[in-house]
Design a protein around this ligand. Sequence first.
Ligand code: ZN
Length: 256
Amino acid sequence: MWQTNAVALRAGTGRSAAGTARCSRTVEAMLVDSPYFPDELEALPGLLAGAGFEPDALLATHADFDHLLGRLAFPGLALGLGEPSVQRVHQEPGAAQRALRAQDDELYVERPAPLGLGQVQTLPVPGSVELGTEELELHPADGHTSDGLAVMARWCGVLCAGDYLSGVEIPMISPGGSFADYRATLARLVPLVEAADTIVPGHGAPHRRDDALRVLDEDLHYLDALERGEEKPALPKGRDTVEQRRIHSENLERLG
Ligand SMILES: [Zn+2]
């Protein structure tokens, strides 16, 4: 019904052969973004534990409601948000909760508990966070919304792109987003994609590097057509749907 990705990342713990922990407070596994449906959220901790991932921190690429649900699966964990996302949450109190309720109503989804953001940890963007013995790079990725970051796990070749580079969704300029910032983000993503093996967009299947570069190129062409104000541009293969045409008219309105 809806393709949404959550990514669990982990790194070495820095334990020596004798088994002593280098630093007991180091975050060792991180969940980036979240699934949406209650049964997915309920299954997630067990599923990840079975694969050896026990997240001790959460991170959301941006403050859209569908990326903020990690605490519904891991209620005890703090949610890491980039500084611009924290600002956005403060500027629009309750907006994520309202948007989640609207989406739930539309899809007849019932939840055992409402969404609370709980303890929020503000992260500098650009910046980095330690994960075990490794480092997660946080790169600015605004334009889709006023906030946003991309997470680069360079040691394992994974780039979590947030709501960019989707194979199922055209570039979406949401309220608060900006066309120029969107373009700047795509330019910033190029060297990251080139250095990654697996690129995970917020929605749609993960890409290998070449596919992500193709999507990025298609997105640039789409933005050109949007800038020209084309009402019926050619949309990329696999993304020419009624829903994407609707997103395109919203983009046109926003561009004015
Ligand atoms: Zn999203």
